[in-house]
Design a protein around this ligand. Structure first.
Ligand code: SF4
Ligand code: SF4
Length: 380
């Protein structure tokens, strides 16, 4: 894995570039602070790389001004990925001892509960999900991630019911629910990330197939674990890709969805990281029998919800402003509800309380034909 001092081309190019990427960055577009533009951040990292800038409190704050959305990459003619270099700068800052409070708190939470939130997610899931879905004999794992476990346990249950309806024996992660490690990676806490990756790799390789409703978990387990030296051999599949063939087979009823004008928000991790744009749209078209409503910025050009890269923790006000602007795009497109396929996007866009935001799982669950499996246990 490359070290910060080896990022010479990236930091030099950005230092002298006219910054074609700037307008794509949701952070500087919203807070208007030019020092937060991707090229400016990398020019600062150039000074850190050469030793002209010593790690300090201000640098610790500024290097977290990124949602890791990769939108800047789309416009960079030099194939530079600023957020990847920023990760290295965050790692350098954290390993120099300038550990931001958010990192300290995240570490404490992991110690207390094996996840980023510091609460017993297993207990809260067990309050909603029947015991049969915690079986350890199943070779198909539904790796839900901490965000869905914490905020949307009913959606977890609905996802499990869909597997059940398809006749697939599936199980949740064994007790306790553990984080995939992405938040620690985004915070620059590589030590904690590697500890999680090494532990998860051993457990995940005990399954034949892993399906995740959270695209950042998919990317982290497939790609970041490998890069950190902990490759997972088991196939990891995003839920939308797993379900699309079944949808094509005809598992849907003709029941119309509650909302008429549905638009799709591309999560950065599903789109720019995993290159998945069509699968969720095909599922949506199958459900509504209509073309999917699109906001102005969509597909590989979709704007981040604001919460990527744990930015909603490190800069909540800007993150909220980004979400509100994104919501306005959907409103202008005439949407009466937004569908997405990422619990972080669902939560952050939904927090604005402006438009209904739902996961594609909930929509699909409401339109499935009668089950092929053992029969559905309804969410109360
Ligand atoms: S990321 Fe690319 S476009 Fe943006 S400042 Fe750097 S070199 Fe220029
Ligand atoms: S990854 Fe997104 S938030 Fe980060 S610098 Fe690029 S455009 Fe800005």
């Amino acid at each position: 894995m490359k070290q910060l001092k080896e990022y010479i081309q990236e930091t030099d190019y950005c230092t002298y570039c006219p910054m074609m990427c700037r307008f794509a960055c949701p952070v500087v577009s919203n807070d208007g602070i030019e020092a937060h533009a991707p090229g400016r951040l990398l020019a600062l990292i150039n000074l850190l790389r050469t030793g002209e800038l010593k790690p300090n409190e201000d640098a610790a704050r500024i290097f977290y001004q990124c949602t890791e959305c990769l939108h800047c990459n789309v416009y960079c003619k030099h194939d530079i990925s600023p957020s990847h270099v920023l990760r290295k700068a965050k790692e350098a800052i954290v390993s120099s001892g300038f550990v931001p409070e958010t990192v300290k708190k995240a570490r404490e939470n992991l110690k207390a509960s094996e996840n980023f939130f510091g609460i017993d997610l297993h207990a809260s899931l067990k309050a909603v999900v029947p015991e049969e879905f915690f079986r350890t004999s199943s070779k198909l794992l539904y790796f839900i991630g901490c965000v869905m476990a914490k905020f949307y346990p009913s959606t977890v249950f609905r996802g499990l019911q869909i597997f059940n309806d398809l006749g697939k024996e599936v199980s949740l992660y064994p007790d306790p629910v553990i984080c995939c490690g992405y938040p620690y990676l985004a915070l620059g806490d590589m030590t904690t990330f590697k500890m999680i990756a090494s532990r998860n790799m051993r457990i995940l390789d005990g399954y034949d197939e892993i399906v995740c409703p959270c695209p950042s978990c998919v990317h982290t387990i497939k790609e970041e674990y490998r890069q950190a030296g902990y490759p997972v051999k088991t196939k990891v599949i995003p839920l939308v890709s797993y379900l699309l063939p079944f949808v094509k087979e005809g598992i849907l009823s003709s029941k119309p969805p509650q909302y008429k004008r549905l638009a799709f928000h591309d999560p950065c991790f599903l789109g720019r990281y995993l290159n998945i744009y069509e699968e969720p749209r095909e599922i949506l078209r199958a459900i509504t029998q209509e073309e999917v409503l699109e906001p102005q910025w969509k597909g590989r050009d979709a704007v981040c919800c604001g919460a990527g890269g744990v930015f909603s923790l490190t800069s909540p006000d800007t993150a909220k402003a980004i979400a509100l602007e994104r919501i306005e795009e959907f409103r202008s497109a005439g949407a009466d509800a937004i569908v997405t396929a990422c619990p972080t996007c669902q939560r952050w866009l939904g927090k604005t309380d402006s438009l209904k935001v739902m996961d594609i799982i909930d929509l699909l669950h409401s339109t499935l034909l009668s089950p092929k499996g053992k029969g559905r246990v309804r969410v109360g």
